[in-house]
Every structure is written in C-alpha cells, then in structure tokens.
Ligand binder design. Structure first.
Ligand SMILES: Nc1ncnc2c1ncn2[C@@H]1O[C@H](COP(=O)(O)OP(=O)(O)OP(=O)(O)O)[C@@H](O)[C@H]1O
Length: 257
C-alpha cells in the first residue's frame, strides 16, 4: 500500500473533454514537408468554451481536426474523454464522431438537395433516430431559422447556412462541438447571435465548445484562449477580454518579429 506521504494526489475536477499529448502532424515529404503541429500538449476542459487563435498557417485547423478524429496524428496521442483515438479503427472513429461530436465548418458542408430542416436533423436520420422536438424547436427559435426550414441551402444566405450548420451540430446533443471560424462570414449581429448560442450551449447544457477564430471579439466570449504559432502552443490564458486578446496577440507579433 502507498503511504499517504508518497501518494500522488488524484487529479481535481472532471477529466478534460479532449486532450493532446505530444501531438505532431507532418504533411508531405522532402522539400514539401510541413510540420503543422510540433509537440503540442493541450487540455480542452469539459463544459467550457475554448478559443484557438494564432497567425494564418499556425496549425489551428490541424489541431482541431486531430482532436476531432478527422485527421490522424503523425505522432503523439489524442484522447476524447478517456478514449485514446489511436486505438480505434476508422469505423469506430466514425461512430464516435457521430455520437459525441458536433462540427461547424467554414464551408458549412450542407447537403444541397435537402431542405434546411432535413439538413439540421441529418446526423440523427443517418443513425435512425428522431430529434427531440422541444430541443429542435428551441434551437431553431434561438437561431431564428423558423421561417427558412423548407428552403434548400442555395436559397439561403451565407449567414443562414451557417446557422443551419450550427443547428445541425447541436441537435445531436454532442459532448463536444468543434467550430472552425464559425463567425468568419457573418455580419456582427448574426455572428453575435451565433456566439451567444454557443455560449448558452456551454452554460445551460454543459457542452464543451472549441472554436478556431481570428476575431478577438469572438475569442472574448470563450472561457480560455489557446494561442498557436508555427505549430506550437505559445500562450494560454483564461477569462479573456477583447483588450487582453489584442494585447497578447500584439505581444506574439513582436516576439516573432
Ligand atoms: N493537407 C495538407 N497538406 C499539406 N500541408 C497542409 C495541409 N493542411 C495544412 N497544411 C499546412 O499545415 C500548416 C498548418 O495549417 P492549418 O490549416 O492548420 O493552419 P491554420 O492556423 O488553421 O491557418 P488559417 O488561419 O490560415 O486557416 C500550414 O503551413 C498549411 O499550409
């Protein structure tokens, strides 16, 4: 038995929703070789809102794709909850993504032949499930989509398509939502509403949200900010304000020359 003097204290609080340990990602070979992620260690706390920032090409999307099991790392490990993703077959990974993860990408990935309503419930339809009617109604109302449900993506504005994509990400009640520049193409009012909904999904429904953004106003809605540069995690801070985000990014610019 280990004496109390030598026992390692148990970690406090819930385990992280996602974790990267020594994460490496290399694309290409020879002169085309790019180290997109270089020994990145990050914890994504459960039930919190994390923003990922950094210059263009710093590895933000790659980190998110690896954490979400969309891309296999070149080295290191990724955990979703207690599950090590490298122990899963491609089929098991697809299953896990469908059950546990919601995605909101810049390109929306909506199915052009389906209506907004059909797109929103698609992840459930694929799994042979029906949506929780009350939840669906509250998401549609919060995103102001009630009047557009019968329209196909080509008949919707960019902002409306973005909101349909977010509704689709939330309707399965995933443990964790990954959003890549979700407000990138939106006017400030629509972007603010979308951020508010993601914030509410954390505060009221205990979801975990990870969002890549270049926008300090969007990042300030998060609980913590991770900053990448050249494939490395170079800064991390909690309870961000817009001024603080601007200040830390300016400091990063100066140190990188
Ligand atoms: N499929 C790929 N093949 C080769 N190189 C890639 C691939 N995907 C990303 N990269 C490279 O990896 C690096 C990190 O890219 P990533 O898209 O993760 O950056 P980012 O921080 O999300 O950039 P941005 O803010 O411009 O979207 C970049 O140098 C990019 O060119």
């Amino acid at each position: 038995m280990i004496s109390s003097a030598t026992a390692v204290p148990a970690p406090q609080g819930p385990p992280p929703a996602a974790r990267a340990v020594g994460l490496n990602k290399v694309y290409g070979t020879g002169s085309a070789r790019v180290v997109a992620l270089d020994a990145v260690d990050v914890d994504i706390p459960a039930g919190r809102f994390t923003a990922v920032m950094g210059p263009s090409g710093s590895g933000k999307s790659t980190l998110m794709h690896c954490l979400a099991g969309l891309d296999r790392p070149s080295g290191g490990s990724v955990y979703l909850g207690a599950t090590a993703l490298d122990t899963l077959s491609d089929g098991q990974l697809t299953d896990l993504r469908r059950r546990e993860i919601g995605f909101v990408f810049q390109s929306f990935n909506l199915v052009p032949t389906l209506t907004a309503a059909e797109n929103i419930i698609l992840p459930l339809t694929i799994g042979g499930q029906r949506p929780d009617a009350a939840l669906l109604e509250s998401i549609v109302a919060a995103l102001d989509l009630a009047g557009r449900l019968g329209h196909r993506p080509a008949e919707l504005s960019g902002g409306q398509q973005q909101r349909v994509a977010l509704a689709r990400a939330l309707v399965t009640q995933p443990q964790i939502v990954f959003a890549d520049e979700p407000t990138g193409n939106l006017d400030s009012r629509t972007g603010g509403r979308l951020l508010g909904l993601m914030r509410r999904s954390v505060d009221e429904f205990g979801r975990t949200v990870v969002m890549v953004t270049h926008d300090p106003v969007a990042a300030a809605v998060a609980d913590q900010v991770l900053v990448l540069a050249d494939g490395r995690l170079v800064d991390q801070f909690s309870e961000p304000t817009v001024d603080q985000v601007l200040h830390r990014l300016a400091k990063l610019d100066r140190t990188r020359g």
